[in-house]
Design a protein around this ligand. Sequence first.
Ligand SMILES: [Zn+2]
Length: 203
Amino acid sequence: MNDPIISRNLNWVVHRTHDDPEIFRRRASIETKRLWIGCSDNASATLETGAFEEDGCLVYRNLGNQVSPHDFGLMATIEYALHIVKINEIVVCGHYRCACLKSVIQNEPPSLSNCWSGPIRVIFDERRRQFEEIVSEDAQIQSLCELNVRMQIRNLQENVLIRPLLATGRIRLQGLIWSPRDGLLRDLGAGVSKPKKSSKKRD
Ligand SMILES: [Zn+2]
């Protein structure tokens, strides 16, 4: 068989097991305690950062790494992660140069993906003057990528599945952003381990 996907996978397995013969046996037995929520449009290997490989994570992706109570797939995944796998941490991991968020700033014509990113567009429009003070479009996108992660952490705090577990300290939330430029993860300081006091106020 000459399928390049199969060939590259075989080379990868040979390389990894040469360095660590037990790697797949060890990882197959991992009982992860983490759910990772990331973006679909990132062609780079966000999960292969050196941060998540050893203790693993459940994974959910959508455009713009959004947390919406209307995303049935995500809500089912969160419920499964909390009550079956019994995770104790949820990571929202955004990334710079996000094409989904770039489309928000560039106000692209209506499409299904633009409809999906509507909640981010609302936040952007609320802060449009603040963003207009940022000189370059690249810097605007970078700022929106960070703001978006904070917004999704807030959405998690307000989620009915998560609020009771935050109140008891059973679950904690972490907001990270990954840079395809240098491969580094950065902590946005948005993490929480207790419930948000007000669900109305937007900062
Ligand atoms: Zn993205």
